[in-house]
Write a protein that binds this ligand. Sequence first.
Ligand SMILES: [Mg+2]
Ligand SMILES: [Zn+2]
Length: 227
Amino acid sequence: MTIQIFCDFDGTITETDNIVAIMKEFGPPQTEDIKNKVLSQDLSIRDGVSQMFQLLSTELKHDIIHFLQQKARIRAGFKEFIAFTQRYDLEFYVISGGMDFFVHPLLETSVSQEQIYCNATDFSGSHIRIDWVHACDKACENDCGLCKPSLLRRLGKKNALKIIIGDSITDLQAAKQADLVFARDFLLTKCNELEIPCIPFETFYDIQDYLLQRLGVQHETILERVE
Ligand SMILES: [Mg+2]
Ligand SMILES: [Zn+2]
């Protein structure tokens, strides 16, 4: 059976949210007002994020990348998990509401570009402009920005077992469409509340262990293959 894994980036692969970190470090005071409007749902995520990035000069590009490369921490077990997906031919995709200019560099040593679906950015003007290249399809009316349920519909194969790994509200609609959900933080709370079956995780070792049992593969076999 084909297994397809769709994995969130911010707060899932990285331990914390990179957009929040960028705005804290580089954003002018107005970003705070915009953030509050998103939280109070007076602005969609898409509009709020667009407006926040439009406050940042395109000249900051390399400073932002450098800042995140220093600061962002990749969750324990991620590299090993990628090796595991390759060894067992599990399809692995990153679906991220983050931006290409920081998601790609942070994943460059572990995941190939074709596996990453995120927002594009335009640095040709004076300020950073987001291109929402994976917007909602006709079946979604949430104005998601990057639409995870739409991507799942597009990339998902008919008879595949679809797995979602995530941490926040933006993963919820995709989680509803998945066969198996690994959740932490807010997504975990929300899934429990809505009685969506899910498996809690803290590290990618937890997920690998669970899948090993599900795939019926013994640890010893894996160790032999690695050595
Ligand atoms: Mg997240
Ligand atoms: Zn959508």
